[in-house]
Design a protein around this ligand. Sequence first.
Ligand code: NDP
Length: 446
Amino acid sequence: MSSAFVDSLLSPIVARNPAEPEFIQAVREVLESLEPVVQKRKEIAKLKIIERLVEPERQLIFRVPWVDDKGEIRVNRGFRVQFNSALGPYKGGLRLHPSVNLGIIKFLGFEQVFKNALTTTPIGGGKGGSDFDPKGKSDAEVMKFCQSFMSELFRHIGSETDVPAGDIGVGGREIGYLYGQHKRLTNSFTGVLTGKGLHYGGSLARTEATGYGLVYFTTRMLEDQKTDWKGKRVVISGSGNVAIYATEKIQELDGKVVALSDSNGYILDEEGIDLAAVKRIKEEERGRIKEYLSVRPRAVYTEGCSGIWTIPCDVALPCATQNELDGKSAAILVKNHCIAVAEGANMPCTPEAVTCFQSAGVSFGPAKAANAGGVATSALEMSQNSMRLSWTFDEVDAKLHGIMDSIYTQCRDASEAYGLAGNLVAGANIAGFLRVADAMIAQGVV
Ligand code: NDP
């Protein structure tokens, strides 16, 4: 979709940010929802809110040298993009994956600004990471990398400034190493990272939060179609943090998850996924999803990722990475009578895929709303750290559930208020944007 409104705002952004296709894709998607808002609220154009929002407040790029187990010196590139602090300290994960570059971190940071706003917790948006690949590295190598990464990052973050968390390739092990190095360098024990271990300031239910939150959000989408998870056949891509805990919650609600994947291929288990086996392979042994066949020989493994969307299902949850579900895959899901798609990963559906779902009447939950449960629970971890208290699992889970319900309601109400009823993409963009824009307007030209 293109319009004079989008084109006029986008062309200087494209010119200023060459070779950042994912960032431009994320900006375009938000701009496409904002025309009715800018028409109604004239001060947004006058105060150049959009022009200011697309420019990160600060971008850091740094060298990360470390020594591998063979004594060889390795050099990676580190990033932290502090995108917008109108609503609170910058908040967003760190991604360790060979595909990481500035454009990817900027797309994630931009999305994070609106996602964090939707949680209604007091956090701004940021993102960071490195092109370091943790796959195949020993614990000692991962620790050395994390220590070197933090030796630069510590100057720029703090519990009142910028609070990073995990993302692809960054789980409890990496957060622990990063936290230890930060503590050593600053001589302070603060809530500077979230996703911490439970024995040193972490929150119960943070590990489960993104996956569970995704399911709470999708439950509302299903309710709008007068149905629930019972007996639903579900396909989920990925087999990391988000995919595993989405599977857990769906199984609890009597849905049947039949497929999961990793970056090599996917498994189809018609009997329903044995989650204990997946957790052992992925969380404990850091193995490949193919190894699932040794537990369930009747399951089928297929090499390559995109074929997973050819499996007929009622609900599809892409939970691996950006642009993993394209227009062609979306058309197959539609043909197979899929009724709901919600994004667990960030921007996993291409614009063509989103258009295909929306025009076919498939209920579609965008990432910045549907996967906001992780960062919402990170904000709850920050609250507990500030109070020096810990809530129980059930208390945190209940707050998470309430936040996801509120996000759904905000998206639905905003889409209706701007004449776009049923379009949760527009609803999420508008509701998130307005919270940030109002705070920016109140704070003047900064
Ligand atoms: P993990 O690292 O735990 O798992 C990522 C999964 O996706 C793995 O199965 C991985 O396979 C697969 N994957 C990664 N890159 C690719 C690729 N290029 N092609 C195909 N598969 C790939 O990450 P998370 O589960 O934490 O994150 C998944 C997604 O959810 C990301 O988009 C992330 O930004 C988003 N997200 C995560 C949140 C969180 O709290 N963790 C919060 C909100 C969003 P392999 O093991 O082979 O690499």
